[in-house]
Design a protein around this ligand. Structure first.
Ligand SMILES: Cc1cc2nc3c(=O)[nH]c(=O)nc-3n(C[C@H](O)[C@H](O)[C@H](O)COP(=O)(O)OP(=O)(O)OC[C@H]3O[C@@H](n4cnc5c(N)ncnc54)[C@H](O)[C@@H]3O)c2cc1C
Length: 415
């Protein structure tokens, strides 16, 4: 048998598995979580039921394919349950890595070990019920600072403001952005869930505070312009906000965290930034010497994730190393790259957020998984027979290691 192993059963891994199975090969999925779905299950906002159940149906169809085999609760990597060498000893014809971006972006600031400092990914896993995060302490208090201004930051603000069990004690969520309001990365739909919590007077004052620094980069951040671009509901003259408050602080980067007597976040020191135009027309934030203190009991980093170096795959500049693009080609490259030898590692592919962290929605991860799977299929076609272990053989190997993997039957995926 020429079996293909897929590491990670989020959207990218599941749709890669489907493609490979439909090409006639047996696929063996190894997934850290018991339940398949990745961030589609444990990232997407809890109340987006329709979207989540639609995706579960599609994932269940993948697992229904008779030549797709599932091992849940198996974390692959040099520091985890099963090393890549142990996987290779089971003789796969190819391995597709679809394990997402599991290292949390943190800034390495003094005081970051304070209670109440969380990575967005872990916080989102917590409120979406992923063990072990679901039972860990992710308590929040009256004032939460979120650093980052993309969809994930807004999703977290949404949960804190409206759905968290402690939202009634919450006074304010402050979204802190390194650059200005023009560089906000959230979608209109996402901000539409929370804009009712924004105080128009506060936002107008904040825009006024940063307008000169933004104007140096030819940005018009007047309320008239900005409300039309990013905060449409605030254009309504009858707009009235509701508590708790959502506010924004632009051109601001956290620099230090101060703890209270219990070791919890008490204050966050932030730097005021200048906005500078780069030669390519983009902007960058440059910290000034000016510092301000924000009162807060919680700080959440929503500044993107990176691929997990503890898996043991070669790391490149932006995560797992993949074949460098040639010339100006925009074509995606899925082959895992040996950075020391300067060549592709035969039969090893990387797809989805494991290839490019924090980019795009489920549809993009699916497409990426399918494109990468095509390359894996082409590779396997030309490979000799491998006598890959079958599902029973793999299960026996995993049990020998003391693991008790979930299978299709008990992985909890109910369409
Ligand atoms: C907060 C948040 C909200 C989002 N909301 C939306 C939305 O509303 N709509 C939308 O379309 N998209 C949304 N997305 C984006 C979407 O979730 C991603 O595009 C998609 O899940 C990425 O798929 P992936 O398979 O590459 O990675 P993931 O979904 O991260 O899947 C990775 C899988 O690999 C497994 N894994 C990790 N490490 C290992 C290991 N070492 N060994 C074995 N298995 C491993 C994990 O258990 C997981 O199952 C959201 C993302 C976030 C973070």
């Amino acid at each position: 048998m020429k079996g293909v192993f897929v590491v990670g059963a989020g959207p990218a891994g599941l749709f890669a598995a489907r493609q490979i199975a439909l090409a006639g090969y047996d696929v063996f999925l190894f997934n850290r979580d018991i339940k398949p779905g990745g961030l589609a299950e444990y990232g997407i906002y809890p109340t987006k039921d329709k979207m989540k159940s639609g995706l579960r149906k599609q994932f269940a169809k993948v697992l229904e394919l008779p030549n797709v085999h599932y091992f849940g609760g198996v974390q692959v990597g040099k520091s985890y349950d099963l090393t890549i060498e142990e996987l290779e000893a089971m003789r796969p014809a190819a391995i597709v890595f679809a394990c997402g971006a599991q290292a949390s972006g943190q800034l390495g600031l003094p005081g970051e070990d304070a209670k109440g400092v969380y990575a967005a990914k872990d916080f989102v896993y917590y409120y979406n019920g992923l063990p072990p995060y679901s039972t860990m302490d992710f308590s929040t208090g009256r004032r939460v600072v979120i650093t980052g201004i993309g969809n994930v930051a807004i999703d977290i603000a949404h949960w804190l403001l409206e759905d968290s069990p402690s939202h009634t004690q919450l006074e304010e969520v402050v979204v802190v952005a390194r650059r200005g309001p023009m560089e906000a990365k959230f979608d209109e739909k996402e901000i539409g869930y929370v804009d009712k919590h924004i105080s128009r007077a506060d936002l107008v004052a904040e825009l006024d505070r940063v307008k000169e620094r933004c104007a140096r980069c030819n940005q018009d951040v007047s309320p008239e312009n900005l409300f039309q671009q990013s905060f449409r509901k605030l254009q309504d003259p009858n707009f009235v906000s509701v508590p708790p408050r959502l506010s924004f602080r632009f051109l601001t980067s956290p620099t230090q965290i101060f703890k209270d007597e219990n070791g919890r976040v008490a204050r966050v020191e932030v730097a005021e930034n200048d906005l500078v135009l780069r030669p390519d027309g983009d902007t960058k934030a440059v910290a000034t010497k000016e510092r301000t203190i924000l009162e807060a009991d919680t700080l959440i980093y929503a500044i993107g994730n990176r691929q997990d170096p503890n898996i043991g795959l070669p790391m490149g500049r932006d995560g797992f190393a993949t074949e460098p693009a040639s010339g100006n080609s925009e074509e995606p490259h899925f082959k895992l790259w040996n950075t020391e030898a300067g060549q592709a590692i035969p039969g090893r592919f990387v797809v989805g957020w494991a290839r490019r962290a924090s980019t795009g929605l489920v549809g993009i991860a699916r497409h990426d998984g399918e494109l990468g799977a095509e390359q894996a299929i082409e590779y396997v076609k030309n490979e000799p027979e491998r006598n890959t272990l079958n599902a029973d053989g793999i299960m026996a190997e995993l049990k020998k290691k003391g693991l008790n993997p979930a299978t299709k039957a008990n992985c909890g995926l109910v369409a």
